[in-house]
Write a protein that binds this ligand. Structure first.
Ligand SMILES: Nc1ncnc2c1ncn2[C@@H]1O[C@H](COP(=O)(O)OP(=O)(O)OP(=O)(O)O)[C@@H](O)[C@H]1O
Ligand SMILES: [Mg+2]
Length: 477
């Protein structure tokens, strides 16, 4: 991939020229715009330059060292003091090399000579932008490294998910990733990015749930200084940070109503306007959204805009729950058993066949692959031996023993007569689930909240729902 001339900003980076001689500043601005395709601003002195830097998002500064009032050195020091992290290219009219070197010591990116051709200046700006961009990407890679494990699975369902990722990786339309909590939706989103031509660009994730409406708004769209009380500094939103990479909208089902309307306008218009700003910015990012919610139902209930739903659900990838692909459990368990120990300061050990059989028999209803990962982590901590084995399985994961299962059978439907057809998979699954629930209830003297806790359910109403679905009632009631 060629990165030469890569644009940091969908509609051109913003270059600020600070020079006390207005015609000079304007000339630089004009040439840089024309030759480099950048957006430009001119400031006619150090104070005005600093003021713009504090208020607007600027990607690169060209700074005259000799100015009356605040000179270039003062500006550099003030930038350092205020942690304004923007590359600065300095120049001096006196041709004094020493002064330029001093400026670089103060944090300037590089220096140019006023006599130099404009092409050279533009080249220098590109270099400065590229360095910022590389630094940002490195930071993103470092942050993403922990989550960049490959998507594991050999079940038919996961092979289909992999094929869908390949089919959709390079189209520009939005993709909606659906699945229960912990099934790997974010991993799928990252894979869509990794397998696309955008893989060298940014992957920016925004959690649309759990924060106040105003915050989601500026998180997504950014704001200018003073756009609202407390907006002391301009901030680039996720759309801008993603540039032409991938913008991952996690928990999109939780997006507040007002932001839904704004997001829809952005997706339709292909432009964003930062809060409090006027100039629109072209959106180049590819949208991947995820949710565990049923968005159709949410739209029907009036919680989610139907028109927004139609914008994002053109292509849907459904990540199946782990209980529907038990074939993946041994692979995932082995993967976690080999990758987690390094982080925990333990040595990797295999999972025994007996423990794997137990893990396969679990339903992982609550948190799917994340729950399996946490289970393996607990087994690694619990085991000192050469392998992760049955005794290391977390207690709250334990299956009902033979005694509990037998007593559970008493409230289960009677076994079919010997000549009846073998029960279907669904029937067996339901019977097994029923046995687990009844055994847990008996062990907890049918106290609903205690049983729910022992099963790791979020609250007693989840247990009541399951009991109703399976037709479980306290004997004699
Ligand atoms: N197929 C997989 N292969 C390897 N690791 C996986 C797989 N699926 C999920 N994981 C791991 O399980 C954990 C949960 O995955 P992820 O965060 O992608 O789930 P999610 O669906 O986004 O969950 P939530 O709905 O809670 O946000 C992560 O640590 C992820 O790396
Ligand atoms: Mg997630």
């Amino acid at each position: 991939m060629t990165t030469e001339g890569r644009r940091i900003h969908p509609s051109g980076a913003m270059v600020l020229i600070v020079d006390d001689v207005p015609p000079l500043a304007e000339q630089y601005a004009y040439d840089i715009r024309r030759l480099g395709g950048f957006r430009t601003r001119a400031a006619h002195g150090g104070a005005e330059g600093l003021e713009i830097l504090g208020r607007e998002v600027v990607d690169c500064v060209i700074l005259d060292l000799e100015m009356p009032g605040l000179d270039g050195f003062d500006v550099l020091r003030a930038m350092e003091h205020r942690s304004i992290d923007v590359p600065v290219i300095v120049y001096t009219g006196t041709g004094s090399f020493d002064r330029c070197v001093e400026a670089v010591r103060l944090g300037a990116f590089s220096f140019i000579d006023k006599a130099e051709p404009m092409e050279r200046v533009v080249q220098e700006v590109r270099l400065a932008l590229r360095q910022t961009d590389l630094r940002q990407r490195l930071g993103e890679l470092e942050r993403g490294a922990a989550e960049s494990s490959p998507l594991i699975g050999e079940s038919a369902a996961m092979i289909e998910v992999g094929a869908a990722i390949d089919r959709l990786a390079d189209i520009p339309s939005a993709v909606l990733v659906l699945g229960e909590s912990g099934t790997g939706k974010e991993l799928v989103a990252r894979e869509l990015h990794r397998r696309s031509r955008r893989q060298g660009e940014a992957f920016v994730a925004v959690n649309c749930g759990g924060i106040a409406e105003g915050l989601v708004d500026s998180d997504l769209f950014g704001h200018d200084r003073g756009a609202f009380t407390g907006a002391l500094k301009a901030r680039r939103g996720a759309f801008e940070r993603a540039t032409s990479g991938t913008l991952f909208l996690d928990e999109i089902g939780e997006l507040p109503g007002g932001v839904q309307a704004r997001l829809l306008r952005v997706l339709e218009g292909g432009e964003i306007i930062r809060l409090g700003a006027e100039e629109p910015i072209t959106v180049g990012a590819r949208i991947v959204a995820a949710t565990h919610r049923d968005l159709d139902a949410a739209a029907e209930a009036g919680d989610f805009r139907e028109d927004l739903l139609h914008r994002i659900n053109i292509h849907v990838i459904r990540v199946p729950p782990l209980r529907d692909r038990p074939r993946d459990i041994p692979l995932l368990a082995a993967h976690f058993a080999s990758t987690l120990p390094a982080r925990l300061g333990r040595s990797p050990r295999p999972v025994t066949e007996a423990a794997l059989a137990e893990l396969r028999a679990r339903s992982w209803e609550r948190n799917n692959v994340r729950e399996l990962r946490n289970t393996i982590e607990r087994m690694i901590i619990a085991s000192d031996g050469p392998a992760l084995d049955l005794p290391h399985l977390p207690q709250d994961l334990a299956r009902p023993g033979p005694r509990a299962a037998a007593s559970a059978a008493s409230s289960a439907p009677p076994p079919p007569p010997a000549d009846a057809p073998a029960p279907s998979y669904q029937e067996q699954k339901r019977a097994a689930e029923r046995a687990i629930i009844v055994a847990a209830l008996e062990a907890n003297e049918w106290v609903i909240s205690r049983t729910a806790r022992s099963l790791g359910l979020s609250d007693h109403s989840s247990l009541i729902r399951i009991m109703n679905r399976l037709g479980v009632r306290r004997p004699g009631k």
